[in-house]
Design a protein around this ligand. Structure first.
Ligand SMILES: [Cu+2]
Length: 198
């Protein structure tokens, strides 16, 4: 399931690279066409529909990319409570899963980041509001602890701010009691969407 995401991410990154290089090439075209030094390169007049197709293709790549990084696969999960600590496992594999973590204010939180993705992009996780910047070792669970005092939404992201998640802090009264129990390995015992740390 996560391998699919990785392939898709790669695909979209290639799309962006292609879009940028094509854009740069097109931007340089008028200058080069005017210069006599570019004789070996003959300018080919593309039919209008080709230009439109290329433009539409490029724009849809950009749109897909924005969607992928901003809006895709938002999944919220509530942290379980173990010995007074709100604990939840977050798989780091082509992003964060779950990428929306619900906790309650005034109680310690432990986010167990399990990094499965070898890309350097995800080797660091930053929680600016809680003053945490933590390096994640590959194939290890790295706990990040803090105590949120105020209700609100607090983002976390990779070192380059490409992949993002949110810690949603609610007031005690807003959260239903008895959240799901947590496994000894930090995995939340829950339905189908629980990430598999195999
Ligand atoms: Cu990154």
């Amino acid at each position: 399931m996560f391998a699919k995401y990785r392939v898709l991410t790669l695909f979209l990154c290639l799309g962006l690279a292609l879009g940028v290089t094509t854009g740069a090439a097109v931007a340089q075209l008028p200058e080069e066409a005017a210069s006599p030094q570019t004789e070996p390169f003959r300018r080919i007049d593309q039919p209008l529909w080709t230009r439109i197709a290329v433009t539409v293709g490029g724009l849809s790549f950009i749109a897909a990319e924005l969607w992928w990084f901003q809006f895709s696969k938002t999944q919220a999960r509530q942290a379980g409570v173990k010995q007074g600590i709100q604990e939840i496992a977050i798989a780091v594999d082509g992003g964060y899963s779950p990428n929306r973590v619900v906790v309650r204010a005034g109680q310690p939180v432990r986010l167990n980041f399990f990094r499965k993705d070898p890309s350097s992009c995800l080797e660091q996780v930053v929680l600016p509001d809680f003053h945490r910047a933590v390096d994640l070792e590959l194939d290890r669970i790295t706990p990040v602890e803090f105590t949120p005092e105020q209700a609100g939404e607090y983002p976390f992201h990779c070192g380059m701010n490409m992949f993002r998640g949110t810690v949603v802090v609610r007031d005690r009264a807003e959260i239903s009691p008895a959240p799901p129990p947590v496994h000894s390995n930090g995995q939340v015992r829950e339905a189908s969407e629980t990430p598999t740390f195999g």
